[in-house]
Write a protein that binds this ligand. Structure first.
Ligand code: HEC
Ligand code: HEC
Ligand code: HEC
Ligand code: HEC
Ligand SMILES: [Ca+2]
Length: 200
């Protein structure tokens, strides 16, 4: 097994699948999830944040894998076993901490999201908490599953990539895409004040 899973492969896996968060299809807990929880039972994973689809799949496209889920899929043995131990040395979300150390610290190995579907941007002005799940599916946000509003915005100068990355400064994109839409909110509920988004 090679050490690096190329990011191109990862993207292909992300883009190919259908959406289902939006379609509201329901799935029972997956078999891989059950095996994962069992493998790491001494770290009290059961019922916690890692005991969710988000450990291995992407927000809003659960048939899409994050870089940890994809590694498990690719490293599956011919006998159909998942090589959890083999995947530990890799760094799925590219933040410098290995998958094994992330899991033991109760962090997602395949994403820098802090909770399922929640991204926290840390920056000098004050952290901004972005609820991806709510924005995409909740009717009040007016987005209704349209990924392009943020990932390929026709009105913005630049858009967000489909990889949460907290080490790059996103100010211009965020103020254009996020604040821009908030200002256009007909109900005037979306936050526009600096400290509504930035919390010290
Ligand atoms: C610990 C990692 C892990 C968790 C947690 C997990 N999955 Fe998966 N999932 C996988 C892997 C790995 C595969 C590929 C299985 C295979 O190839 O045999 C997969 C396959 C799938 C597939 C089939 C798509 C495909 O391309 O093979 C669906 C749908 C799916 N998972 C949905 C879910 C849902 C819904 C949840 C949460 C209830 C979930 N999974 C939780 C790792 C996980
Ligand atoms: C309201 C804005 C918004 C919408 C709408 C939106 N996203 Fe995102 N998404 C983001 C932001 C912001 C990030 C983090 C980007 C960054 O850090 O550069 C992100 C990250 C992601 C990631 C990476 C997740 C991770 O854990 O690293 C995936 C996958 C993704 N989005 C898929 C989707 C899909 C699929 C849709 C449509 C169903 C969608 N997004 C709709 C704003 C949005
Ligand atoms: C296409 C429009 C749109 C985009 C793009 C958008 N938002 Fe929002 N956002 C809303 C609306 C509408 C609400 C208010 C929803 C409600 O409470 O009824 C909201 C609410 C919020 C809230 C209040 C708490 C919450 O989750 O409801 C925060 C914080 C927030 N957005 C941050 C962001 C950030 C950060 C981005 C960019 C990564 C972003 N939003 C992109 C429409 C948008
Ligand atoms: C809709 C939410 C939202 C509102 C409202 C908002 N911002 Fe931001 N702002 C962001 C996001 C998201 C980032 C990108 C953070 C990152 O990349 O870590 C950001 C980045 C910044 C940065 C860069 C911080 C750094 O360390 O480089 C500054 C400065 C900033 N905002 C100032 C403001 C000011 C001043 C206001 C009020 C006029 C404001 N913001 C209103 C969401 C918001
Ligand atoms: Ca990591």
């Amino acid at each position: 097994m090679g050490k690096k899973i190329s990011s191109k492969l990862w993207l292909a896996a992300l883009i190919a699948p259908f959406l289902f968060g939006v379609a509201q299809t329901s799935f029972a807990t997956s078999e891989v999830q059950r095996l994962f929880v069992k493998e790491y039972s001494q770290f009290n994973i059961s019922g916690g944040k890692l005991d969710t689809c988000a450990t291995c799949h992407s927000p809003s496209i659960r048939e899409g894998f994050n870089n940890y889920g994809l590694v498990l899929k690719l490293m599956k043995t011919p006998e159909g076993k998942f090589d959890f131990v083999g995947a530990e040395a890799l760094d799925g979300d590219g933040d410098g901490v290995s998958n094994g150390d992330e899991i033991r610290a109760n962090n997602f190995p395949g994403s820098q999201a802090s909770e399922e579907g929640v991204f926290i941007f840390t920056n000098g002005k004050g952290t901004v908490e972005f609820n991806h799940g709510n924005h995409v599916v909740e009717e009040d946000y007016g987005i209704n599953g349209n990924c392009d509003s943020c990932h390929n915005s026709p009105t913005a100068k630049a858009s967000f990539s489909m990889l949460f990355e907290d080490s790059i400064n996103m100010k211009s994109v965020a103020h254009d895409v996020c604040l821009g839409c908030h200002k256009r909110d007909p109900d005037k509920i979306a936050p526009t004040g600096c400290s509504d988004c930035h919390v010290k």
